[in-house]
Design a protein around this ligand. Structure first.
Ligand SMILES: *Cc1c(COP(=O)(O)O)cnc(C)c1O
Length: 413
């Protein structure tokens, strides 16, 4: 039986060192936003920053802005800010393209480093785009590569010396379960395999230690916990020791050693920059940069501390106030192996989530039956979690989720 009351939680909010960060975001009044793991909300500085890039830089300084406002180094500058969040060195991360495209680039580069092996090992819980990109690359290469999928819990034991590359999403997008990055990477290296981590639900959610784990490659997403805006550019990481070995499959001019010599032949740039392809999307990268500045200020240790407290609280409140309604915890109970989200299964998950969203409690639904709630310490309050659970309880008690309008499936869930 829970002893936590709403008053207790308002007190937690008053004493919360991250409390003041909420003012940095625009959160519509009355909205409880539990979907920052899917699309981060808008930082208050973003409109100004983007307006400046449009009005002053593009509008007035025109093409001179590539030099004058440092547009040309924006991918590396943003990369260095992300490096801080994921335990990488500044020169090991660059911002470019989408997560899917970066996966393609690094997968192809990694397979070339293991020409005698044919297996990409991943797990059945991986995000579909990761699997699709691997399937497409295998078809393109036409060299008999195999995408070997095992249950997430079996990933470690499935690593053997046939594996060229282990490709895993560190934090499962549905359950929030975390792979042990250091352990898996170490086993892979022991049998001569490389490892590529997808950090889409890790970067900005908790401290990641790529260097500590000796990771080879990583990619991640700009519009989730990094709050870069819809379709924000993504990032990629290549460990220093591989940087001058990788041959980028998308050998565009921005990855050339000297793009403005306009040479006829491709020569890859030294370091991380060879993984760029075309001209960076300056306006969207400017928005991402605004999001990164807030995360840097807050610090990942404080974020993780509050995140654990929030996810623990949510599970406790659900199991106290919504115990009778058939919700089944789908996320790990142990916060050590949980990201910053909590998912519950329910047969009527879709209409229940639709009913919640209508009441401005915004989470999301993942097929077949998963209600997903993201906890983002920068702008969520403990009191919000209390209110969200009470609203859910009311929906369940009254049965108000069971209306035709909530059963109708939308294009994006
Ligand atoms: C969100 C997400 C992506 C998104 O890829 P895009 O190319 O940005 O659409 C990729 N992988 C994982 C694991 C994700 O969660």
């Amino acid at each position: 039986m829970s002893v936590v009351t709403r008053e207790d939680l308002l007190e937690w909010d008053r004493n919360d060192p991250l409390g003041p960060m909420r003012a940095q975001f625009r959160i519509p009044a009355g909205t409880i936003y539990l979907d920052g793991n899917s699309l981060g909300p808008m930082p208050r500085t973003t409109p100004e920053r983007v307006a400046k890039a449009v009005e002053e830089e593009w509008g007035e300084d025109l093409i001179r802005s590539w030099n004058k406002h440092g547009w040309i180094e924006l991918p590396q500058r943003c990369g260095a800010k992300i490096a801080d969040l994921i335990g990488a060195a500044a020169h090991e991360v660059v911002v470019a393209d989408s997560t899917s495209v970066n996966l393609f680039k690094l997968l192809a580069a990694a397979l070339r480093l293991r020409p005698d092996r044919r297996v990409i090992l991943s797990d059945t819980g991986n995000f579909p785009t990761d699997l699709y990109v691997a399937q497409g690359l295998i078809e393109l290469l036409d060299k008999g590569h195999e995408l070997r999928l095992v249950e997430p819990e079996k990933a470690l034991e499935a690593i053997d010396d046939s594996v060229a590359l282990v490709m895993l999403t560190q934090t499962d997008y549905r359950s929030g379960r975390r792979h042990n990055m250091a352990e898996i990477t170490s086993k892979a290296h022991g049998v001569g395999a490389l490892v590529l981590w997808d950090l889409a639900h890790s970067a900005g959610a908790f401290p990641v230690d790529l260097r500590g784990a000796k990771a080879d490659f990583a990619v991640g997403c700009g519009y989730k916990y990094l709050n870069g805006g819809p379709g924000a550019p993504a990032f990629l990481f290549v460990a220093e020791q591989h940087q001058n070995q990788v041959r980028p499959p998308l050998s565009g001019w921005m990855g050339h050693e000297a793009p403005f010599q306009f040479d006829r032949d491709y020569r890859p740039a030294a370091g991380i920059s060879r993984n760029l392809c075309g001209t960076p999307a300056i306006l969207s990268m400017t928005a991402l940069d605004a999001g990164l500045d807030i995360l840097q200020k807050a610090g990942m240790t404080a974020i993780r501390e509050k995140s654990v407290r929030m996810t623990e609280l949510f599970i406790e409140l659900m199991e106290t106030h919504c115990a009778d309604f058939g919700f089944e915890l789908f996320s790990p109970r142990d916060p050590e192996i949980r990201g910053s989200q909590v998912s519950f299964r329910h047969q009527q998950g879709y209409p229940i989530m639709a009913a919640l969203i209508e009441q401005d409690v915004i989470g999301d639904f993942r097929a077949p039956d998963i209600l997903r709630f993201g906890f983002t310490p920068l702008y969520l309050r403990y009191g919000d979690i209390w209110d969200a659970v009470q609203i859910l309880r009311d929906i369940m008690t009254e049965g108000s989720w069971d209306q035709p309008k909530f059963h109708k499936r939308q294009a994006v869930t």
